[in-house]
Ligand binder design. Structure first.
Ligand code: NAD
Ligand code: DAU
Length: 353
């Protein structure tokens, strides 16, 4: 079996569902269930003995040791993190704790466990660390996309904490020989994404007739990848990635935020017309994010070349599926928009008008 951390969050839950469907190999899922973790994402696995859920903290070393000793996984796939840039600006503490200290704790637990393995179990073991393209900093308009060899230049507390974690993972390989793999992926979208991130936030606000907040001039560029394609890429890296290597994952799909938001509005006009008029009327420019990175873009040629991975979805097919999913799962959105969610909206958007 494999141990997944953060498997009740957006990408982690998609990964657990995708993994069990694709491989059938059992999963132990360690997740603290912060505001971003949600067992509703895994409802389809209720009663499925291949999925063992453990609610706890990756910083709890004795617990991690006990889980490894009990379940003896052949790999750890590490998603657990604080993931939202705006939250890292308002309060970086949890980002340092979970993203840096938590990764350190997992690495030390994995090292002790791996040292106790022998023969083929030891050779086969992998620690796959899921990271982000944000560690490379921000690109100018004519710069080539991020390659694995780009220097690290993180700009936000979030990306700095992920960069720190990536450095730890690298060092544990270089010094101790721990068989690690690191993936640096671009912006994901798809089912179960918490509506604090741009795409689900815009869909939820549009359906509620609320403003669609665009930071700055709306011309910041992100490279969007459907979450199912990210999950498939992680499976490919776990199966065939070279020990100690990093793999950039992206969809060759750069777009300014304003184009993303207008695309969603057009799809909603078609799929859920509003008697009040076209959804674009709700677009509202608000104060920019401090330190807002201008452009991310991924050069995914290494994973394409070495592991024959390519995204299956185009942005057109992926965003249509995503809007459809949110229309079909308005209960899910309503459940996660709890009191704590409303407090966050007030904290992040209250001062921006
Ligand atoms: P998310 O915020 O939706 O989910 C994070 C999950 O981690 C939640 O289930 C949460 O409960 C859990 N968690 C947080 N702190 C924990 C702790 N101390 N112990 C155990 N569990 C804890 O995040 P996501 O968007 O699914 O991102 C998953 C990973 O992928 C992160 O490492 C993120 O940096 C990386 N990533 C995300 C994107 C993206 O676009 N969302 C892109 C590239 C990389
Ligand atoms: O690039 C990968 C990263 O993508 C991941 O590592 C992060 O975990 C993930 O959150 C995401 O980071 P971003 O900051 O790019 O995603 P977010 O959805 O928060 O914002 C996308 C863009 O939209 C960004 O340029 C900021 C802008 N934005 C965002 C929000 C929430 C707005 O204009 N208005 C908004 O209300």
């Amino acid at each position: 079996m494999i141990l997944v951390t953060g498997g009740a969050g957006f990408i982690g839950a998609n990964f657990v569902l995708d993994w069990l469907a694709a491989t059938g190999e059992p999963v132990v899922n360690l997740d603290k269930l912060t505001y971003a973790g949600n067992l509703e994402n895994l409802q389809a696995l209720d009663g499925d003995g291949r999925h063992v859920f453990v609610r706890d903290d990756i910083c709890a070393r004795p617990l991690v040791d006990a889980l490894l000793a009990r379940h003896r996984p052949r790999a750890i796939v590490h998603f657990a993190a604080e993931s939202h840039v705006d939250r890292s600006i308002h309060g970086p503490d949890e980002f340092m704790r979970t993203n840096v200290e938590g990764t350190f704790t997992l690495l030390e637990a994995a090292r002790a466990y791996w040292n106790g393995l022998a023969g083929t179990d030891r050779d086969a073991f992998r620690f796959l660390h899921v990271s982000t393209d944000e560690v490379y900093g921000s690109l100018g308009p004519g710069d080539p996309p991020f390659a694995e060899t780009n220097p690290y230049q993180p700009n936000s507390p979030y990306s700095a904490s992920k960069a720190a974690a990536d450095h730890l993972v690298r060092a544990w390989h270089h010094t101790y020989g721990l068989p690690v793999l690191t993936t640096n992926c671009s912006n994901n979208y798809g089912p179960y994404q918490f509506p604090e991130k741009l795409i689900p936030l815009v869909i939820a606000n549009a359906l509620a007739g609320k403003p669609l907040p665009i930071y700055g001039d709306g011309m910041n560029v992100r490279d969007w990848l459907y979450v199912g394609d990210h999950c498939a890429a992680i499976r490919a890296v776990l199966a065939g990635g070279r020990r100690g290597e990093t793999y950039n994952i992206g969809g060759w799909n750069e777009m300014p935020n304003l184009t993303i938001v207008k695309t969603i509005c057009t799809l909603l006009d078609e799929m859920k017309p509003d008697s009040g008029g076209r959804y674009e009327r709700l677009i509202t420019f608000v104060a920019d994010r401090p330190g807002h990175d201008r452009r991310y873009a991924i050069d995914a040629r290494k994973i394409e070349r070495e592991l024959a991975w390519r995204p299956a979805e185009t942005f057109e097919t992926g965003i249509r599926k995503t809007v459809h999913w949110y229309l079909e799962h308005q209960d899910w959105v309503a459940h996660v928009q709890s009191g704590a969610y409303r407090e966050w909206v007030q904290k992040n958007y209250g001062g921006r008008e």
